[in-house]
Design a protein around this ligand. Structure first.
Ligand SMILES: Nc1ncnc2c1ncn2[C@@H]1O[C@H](COP(=O)(O)OC(=O)CCCC[C@@H]2CCSS2)[C@@H](O)[C@H]1O
Length: 330
């Protein structure tokens, strides 16, 4: 087994690209262990509807990254206080779907530090009934990875804020996240330490050595390929949003003194296929103009805002403003 040092990079796209690169391009007979932390990011599962999982207003205001991973499961929020681990190895036919195999060394290490973690359900690590780690796996062409978060010292209020509070707006066949109560590992340690020391401890216990951990050093060529994967996949709108299963958006709202409005959209590959607007608002314009404007556009706030910028909203919506419409749509 070899350790891949990500050099403290906090960019989620680069970290997920290192993982993918180690999975598909490095020695097929080697097991690699990678740790990463990141700037605030929501990572959705492979088969999720991204907009259904994230709190779009919060993500926008706080400039939280959003990306999609290769593995399935629900959406998590990570920041600099999370230490995710990934075992990248051979898919030997009995390791895939075996969460215990990969979480056990971590659980053992946590026990050494006084943290009574246990694997519960299929893929969560809990301490005192609260989640400290969510795990997921991915396998392709005889290789696999098993990765998990470790809530070491994450801002837990932001975990709740960044994940979508109002998913009733959407209807899709996307995989839904399983909400849990969460806690930070740091609160349960025998002896306090920071996240760097925590990583050192994990390395020591996982590799069972007090000496140097065997390391695979990423070459310049590796880094070049990793940057390319980061751009092409983890920073690519088509992957992060467009890959979502098709969904319907429906939202009704009554504005006192200005009328009620009901908007429905069909979205496929992130693009609006159909739009229907109903209501008893007080405009004179033909509302199908607005519906036509929306059809074919990416379901993305900046795109729709630009599309609406030229219209005279009073003409169509009376006292309901463009800002109100945007708030309803996103
Ligand atoms: N960072 C983090 N760690 C643990 N649990 C979290 C985290 N963020 C949110 N949550 C809680 O888990 C549920 C979602 O649980 P759910 O079971 O739906 O999804 C998962 O656990 C997926 C784990 C993916 C792990 C990858 C490893 C490296 S990159 S991401 C969410 O609603 C919160 O209640």
């Amino acid at each position: 087994m070899k350790y891949i040092n990500n050099q403290g990079i906090m960019d989620p796209a680069i970290n997920l690209a290192i993982e993918e690169y180690a999975l598909t391009e490095l020695d097929i007979n080697e097991t690699y262990l990678l740790f990463y932390s990141m700037n605030p990011t929501v990572i959705v599962g492979k088969n999720q509807n991204t907009v259904e999982e994230i709190n779009m207003d919060y993500i926008r205001e706080q400039e939280v990254n959003v990306t999609r991973r290769l593995s399935g499961g629900g959406a998590v929020y990570n920041d600099e206080g999370d230490l995710s681990f990934s075992f990248i190895t051979k898919d030997d036919g009995n390791s895939f779907h075996n969460y215990k195999k990969f979480t056990e060394p971590v659980v053992r290490a946590l026990h050494q530090m006084g943290v009574k973690a246990e694997l519960l359900g299929r893929n969560d690590l809990l301490v005192g009934g609260k989640k400290i780690s969510g795990n997921a796996q991915f396998s392709t062409k005889g290789r696999m990875f098993s990765h998990g978060t470790l809530l070491f010292d994450v801002n837990l209020e932001n975990v709740a804020r960044a994940l979508n509070p109002d998913a009733e707006k959407y209807l899709s066949k996307g995989i839904k996240s399983v909400r849990s109560r969460v806690t930070n590992i740091r609160e349960h340690l025998d002896v306090d330490m920071d996240i760097d020391q925590f990583r050192q401890m994990l390395l020591k216990y996982v590799f069972e050595t007090n000496f140097d951990v065997p390391e695979y050093k990423l070459s310049e060529r590796d880094w070049g390929n990793i940057r390319q994967i980061a751009e092409e996949r983890y920073r690519n709108w088509d992957w992060v949003y467009g890959k979502s299963p098709k969904f319907n958006m429906k939202y009704s709202h009554r504005f006192p003194g200005a009328g009620g409005i009901d908007i429905r959209l069909d979205v496929k590959k992130g693009v609006i296929q159909n739009a229907a607007i109903f209501g008893d608002f007080f405009g004179v314009g033909d509302i199908t103009d607005i519906e036509k404007l929306l059809i074919g556009a990416k379901y993305e706030r900046d795109v729709i805002e630009a599309k609406l910028s030229d219209i005279n909203s009073g003409h169509y919506f009376g006292k309901i403003s463009k800002g109100d419409i945007l708030t309803m749509l996103f």
